[in-house]
Ligand binder design. Structure first.
Ligand SMILES: NC(=O)c1ccc[n+]([C@@H]2O[C@H](COP(=O)([O-])OP(=O)(O)OC[C@H]3O[C@@H](n4cnc5c(N)ncnc54)[C@H](O)[C@@H]3O)[C@@H](O)[C@H]2O)c1
Length: 348
């Protein structure tokens, strides 16, 4: 078991990794007048808690304003007051909608994130970004409000299908290449154990990933100072790949190709060492995250120029300056488009 805390605007966040969710939840309930667990429909039978359990539709479909209102209604019917606790148990989609609902219910109550997918264990459970999709737009409504606890129970990974499991490693490799060379080495050298869900190495890798993310969140909680932008490495192109392939490429695989493309662009811009794209390719391939996809490069470029991080004629792009180090650069949209066409037409 590993644990750490980080300070946020909303108070101290306690992060517990490789614990039994039931015991960990019991351990925090003493501070609250009531509790309710909003649990992903797909794993209700695996959750043990004294709190009332309300199943939640998961996936993007469940991440809606209607779902948030239904969560608010359930909490009200269960008599949860301002000193009550919401517990979200599920993948990133459930944690996002439960966190958002906790933030608006009675102007905000504490909440716990108990992630059950690899992606949510290393990423979505920490950082306080909550939100729902609306008007056909992803994450268009949301707030930044930190959870009070993050409780990671590795046993949930047992039932997680392999494609969902490996997807989370794209984010781990992202932390490694931008922030933490030792983490990247560990993931590369121990990929076999990680793929067989060995809990000793998983605990270590999830701990390091969440610590790395927490350092960034602490430095730029509201995503205004240009530090949190590093968490977006591979995502400018990755999101465009998801859009242009109509989400037939998974998030992890889209971010994997996005990192390859953005690292090649970093090389062309003169910031990234020449061997980084190959280091990334080799690490991502170990987790089967690299597939050849036919990308319509014009569609890709169109999706990118609509990116929400665009400001005027520029896009701010994090680039790797050495393995484990990064910097934020401002690239003209025209130049970026040209580089994407030249470097990313054929990937990997
Ligand atoms: N808030 C953030 O900082 C942040 C960061 C990254 C991603 N996200 C969000 O996270 C979402 C993606 O999260 P995700 O990849 O966890 O997907 P998800 O929540 O959609 O879950 C994927 C699938 O896994 C199933 N599932 C969940 N846990 C399971 C388990 N233990 N065993 C078997 N099946 C299980 C779910 O039913 C679902 O079908 C996106 O909406 C994304 O926007 C948020």
């Amino acid at each position: 078991m590993r644990e750490f805390t980080y300070k946020s605007r909303d108070g101290e966040v306690r992060v517990l990794i490789n614990v039994d969710h039931s015991a960990a939840i019991e351990g925090v309930l003493g501070n609250y007048t009531g509790c309710v667990a909003f649990v992903s429909r797909s794993i209700v039978d695996k959750v043990r808690t004294k709190c009332p359990v309300v199943p939640v539709v998961d996936g993007e479909e469940g991440k809606s304003i209607e779902s948030a209102l239904s969560i608010v209604r359930s909490a009200h019917e269960l008599g949860i007051d301002r000193d009550g606790l919401f517990i979200g148990v599920g993948g990133g989609s459930v944690l996002d909608v439960v966190g958002f609902s906790a933030s608006i219910y009675l102007r905000g109550v504490d909440y716990v994130n108990a992630p059950t997918t690899m992606l949510s264990m290393v990423d979505a459970s920490l950082g306080g970004k909550t939100g729902v999709n609306a008007l056909g737009l992803k994450n268009i409504i949301g707030v930044i409000r930190q959870p009070r606890y993050v409780i990671v129970d590795l046993s949930f990974l047992e039932s997680l299908p392999t494609p969902n499991y490996i997807d989370g490693f794209a984010e781990v490799i992202k932390y490694g290449v931008t922030l933490d060379k030792d983490l990247l080495d560990q993931v590369i050298n121990r990929s076999g154990e990680l793929l067989s869900k060995d809990r000793v190495i998983l605990e270590e890798v999830i701990y390091r990933s969440l610590r790395d993310k927490a350092e960034i969140v602490k430095a730029d909680e509201l995503d205004r100072a240009g530090v949190r932008a590093v968490l977006n490495y591979g995502h400018t192109v990755g999101h465009a790949i998801e859009a242009v392939t109509n989400f037939s490429v998974s998030h992890g695989k889209a971010v994997a190709l996005g990192m390859i493309c953005e690292s090649r662009i970093g090389v062309r811009l003169g910031y990234t060492p020449r061997d980084v794209p190959d280091i990334l390719l080799s690490a991502l391939s170990k987790f089967d995250l690299i597939n050849k996809v036919d990308i319509d490069v014009n569609g890709l470029v169109n999706a990118m120029v609509r990116d929400k991080k665009r400001s005027g004629d520029f896009i701010k792009l994090p680039v790797v300056t050495d393995v484990g180090k990064w910097s934020l650069v401002k690239v003209g949209v025209g130049e970026l488009v040209r580089l994407v066409i030249e470097e990313c037409r054929s990937m990997p």
